[in-house]
Design a protein around this ligand. Structure first.
Ligand SMILES: Cc1cc2nc3c(=O)[nH]c(=O)nc-3n(C[C@H](O)[C@H](O)[C@H](O)COP(=O)(O)OP(=O)(O)OC[C@H]3O[C@@H](n4cnc5c(N)ncnc54)[C@H](O)[C@@H]3O)c2cc1C
Length: 401
């Protein structure tokens, strides 16, 4: 019997399993995929990811990005750049494989190609049923992504409310590095490749074009309850990129993927189970960024598991939910508030973009919020104050007055 079984070897599961093994637990990690596996993702890591991990991720960073091109719904553009602000771009197949290696090096037993099909709770353990096999542990962690079987089988969550999940279509398009530089650089920010975000490409969300080493990640994502026709928006976006950049983008048929946009009820535990990462719903309601939240919740769950095993007190597992609530609920409340205002309509989006383009303070505050650089409530208060004092008409238009 293991101390801990982690289902899912993405960023949340791999960092969680590693931390628990380093804390002395006997850990089994099960993943249905064989690594390196594909994971649809923009692959943009906010600075908090490398700051949170206790090992160097430089070997798997494709590029460091220092400028972001924002495209407003009406097609105007402006750049966001700040001294010292760097976004790490990764290719998920390489990044996730690296994290899994780090977990194995720390002593985690990793079993790939192991699809979990059921979970049972016995008197003194959790039993995890795989196709053709089963394993037992004192504690179970569900790190199995947005469609988590652990969440469903333990009764923590059966489905997503449509305002807490987004749908995305994305693709990695192979491209020569010089071509990547040509089509993504923002001349006034130097000649390095930049990330680009296109607001208004969909009704509640955005489209993106992110430069990697030998490809660009492009995609479009929309909150599910505001969905109109994502495939049409995707096709229109590709057409726009082709026209703007003077390139032809040929794509295989792409699938639609889900991304959570915040935990619906913040119910994340049962007496022997904890959910982390996407399985817990922990991705930003504004951007869909989830890797940082996966890593930080994974670490918190691992520490809770280590304490629980050391003290033999199962009650400690319940404290994980409270710790996540304390750590992330205030941030998610602010992100959700801003998302509601921002994506309210194309008109409000245009207004916010125009204010941000003209006002460095507003721009900096929005960046602080998105990358979690400062306490969210104080950023929100300063943002509201700046809007009401310096942009009162726009504040009324957005519904802040
Ligand atoms: C199109 C798109 C673009 C995105 N772009 C970004 C971005 O640029 N930056 C960012 O920070 N976030 C981004 N995200 C969100 C990010 O991808 C997720 O938040 C992140 O992957 C969550 O990590 P995780 O470890 O919780 O789950 P995952 O990475 O989904 O890993 C879950 C693992 O569980 C395994 N698994 C699932 N079911 C089972 C089962 N039954 N049995 C065994 N194993 C199982 C899977 O094989 C998988 O390896 C994006 C998401 C999408 C959809």
């Amino acid at each position: 019997m293991y101390d801990l079984i982690v289902v899912g070897g993405g960023p949340a599961g791999a960092t969680c399993a590693r931390r628990a093994a380093l804390g002395g637990l006997d850990v089994l990690l099960l993943d249905r995929s064989v690594y390196p596996r594909q994971k649809p993702c923009g692959g943009a890591l906010s600075p908090r990811v490398s700051q949170t991990l206790d090992f160097d991720i430089a070997p798997v960073v494709d590029r460091d990005i220092r400028a972001i091109g924002i495209h407003t719904p009406s097609g105007r553009g402006f750049a966001v750049a700040r001294r010292g602000l760097t976004v790490n771009m990764v290719t998920r197949s390489r990044f996730d494989h690296y994290l899994l290696h780090m977990a194995e090096d720390a002593g985690v037993e990793v079993v790939q190609d192991a699809q979990v099909v059921g979970i049972e709770r016995t008197r003194d353990a959790m039993r995890v049923l795989c196709l053709g096999d089963s394993h037992r542990s004192h504690i179970l962690i569900g790190a199995d992504g947005v469609n988590s079987i652990v969440a469903r089988a333990t009764g923590i969550r059966h489905s997503w409310p449509s305002d807490r999940v987004g749908l995305c279509i994305s693709a990695d398009v192979p491209m020569d590095p010089s071509e990547i530089q040509r089509i993504t650089m923002i001349p006034e920010e130097g000649n390095e490749p930049a990330m680009h975000i296109y607001f208004g490409a969909t009704s509640w969300g955005y489209a993106w074009c992110f430069p990697k080493r030998n490809n660009i990640s492009i995609g479009v994502g929309c909150r599910m309850d505001r969905l109109t026709d994502l495939r049409r928006e995707w096709t229109r976006f590709i057409g726009r990129l082709e026209a703007d950049a003077g390139v032809e983008i040929s794509l295989p048929r792409t699938n639609v993927h889900r991304v959570p946009l915040g935990p619906p009820r913040w119910k994340l535990v049962t007496p022997r189970t904890m959910l982390v990462g996407d399985a817990a719903g922990l991705a930003s309601p504004i951007t869909g960024e989830g890797i940082f939240y996966g890593v930080s919740s994974g670490l918190l769950a691992a520490d809770t598991a280590v304490e629980t095993v050391k003290t033999r007190s199962l009650k400690l597992i319940l404290t994980y939910e409270q710790k996540i609530w304390n750590l992330l609920k205030p941030e998610f409340d602010v992100l959700r508030f801003v998302a509601e205002k921002l994506y309210g309509s194309k008109r409000t989006l245009e207004t916010v973009c125009n204010v941000a383009a003209a006002d460095q303070i507003v721009r900096d505050l929005i960046v602080d919020l998105v990358i979690g650089a400062k306490p969210p409530q104080s950023v929100k208060n300063r943002l509201l104050k700046q809007m009401l004092i310096h942009h009162p008409l726009q504040a009324i238009k957005i519904g802040l007055g």
